[in-house]
Design a protein around this ligand. Structure first.
Ligand code: MN
Length: 284
């Protein structure tokens, strides 16, 4: 069962995002967590076994929400991820969860077409622009390092026995390094945040085809999960899809409509007063 909550209660202006998380076909727990609460969007992939991964990713997301900036400030977003890191380390000390539990995190703040991005681990951000898919994040994983050093190819990385070994995760190092960047997308572009349960099952051309294949971002999110399951579903699958340049409830259009109404009423009253004044002057 995939979990969906997007678009709740606003039929005329559908939310500009979709979200889905699914246990997949071979795991006993879903250790991923997500959040889509404009302007903040997050995917976290927990690890640690025996439910600890769920605690790590949930504590991480909850702490991020409490510390995240309101604007597309990637430095402040990275600071919020470091706060999430500290909260997970503290949770282990406090006996919530387990020693060794951790989580990846990819987070975005979207302001119109501006994207502030920060991440740790191998959960990814992609941008679809004019049908072309671009990976915005570099995995902090063993295989990504081996690819960058020319030891193996992308295709070999996908099949590598150590493909799930990550070099950086929240919950272990108090001095965690968080990668962050800000970029300008264009209206009509689509941002995807995902866990490796998606990117490990589907290759980029398939992800691009599905991302560009449906108008409704919620349909896209559900289709990405369905196809990752179709391809094997070897891990938990989590996706957040965000349309660029669309505000949550179309506030821009609503407020310009309000101003047009005020202008129309003012002009009507001015004309009415002028006619009455003219009539009064003629009758005198
Ligand atoms: Mn995973």
């Amino acid at each position: 069962m995939s979990h969906r909550t997007a678009g709740d209660g606003n039929q005329r202006h559908p939310a500009p995002f979709g979200q889905a998380t699914d246990i997949g076909r071979s795991r006993t727990h879903n250790e991923d967590s997500l959040l889509a609460k404009p302007p903040l969007y997050v995917v976290a992939d927990g690890m640690g076994g025996h439910a600890a991964g769920e605690v790590a990713s949930r504590v991480g997301v909850d702490t991020l929400v409490a510390h995240a900036p309101l604007h597309a400030d990637s430095k402040a977003l990275a600071r919020a991820i470091r706060a999430a890191n500290n909260a997970i380390i503290d949770a282990v000390q406090a006996g919530t969860g387990k020693q060794g539990m951790g989580t990846t995190m990819v987070a975005a703040i979207v302001e119109g077409t501006r994207i502030a991005l920060a991440h740790v681990g191998d959960s990814r951000a992609y941008l679809l622009h004019d049908g072309a898919l671009r990976q915005l994040t570099a995995d902090h994983s063993l295989v990504a390092r081996m690819v960058s050093e020319g030891q193996i190819t992308e295709a070999q990385a996908r099949e590598h026995p150590h493909r799930s070994v990550i070099l950086r995760a929240l919950g272990t190092d108090p001095d965690i390094k968080v990668d962050h960047t800000t970029l300008d997308a264009q209206t009509g572009d689509r941002l995807l945040l995902c866990s490796d349960g998606l990117s490990g099952m589907l290759e980029d051309p398939e992800i691009a085809r599905i991302l560009g294949g449906y108008k409704d971002p919620q349909v896209v999110a559900d289709m990405l999960v369905a196809e990752a399951n179709e391809a094997g579903g070897l891990d938990n699958i989590t996706v957040v899809v965000v349309d660029m340049g669309v505000t949550a409830y179309d506030e821009g259009r609503a407020s310009s409509g309000r101003w047009r109404m005020i202008l129309a009423v003012t002009v009507f009253l001015a004309v009415a007063i002028a006619i009455l004044a003219l009539a009064y002057w003629r009758l005198r």
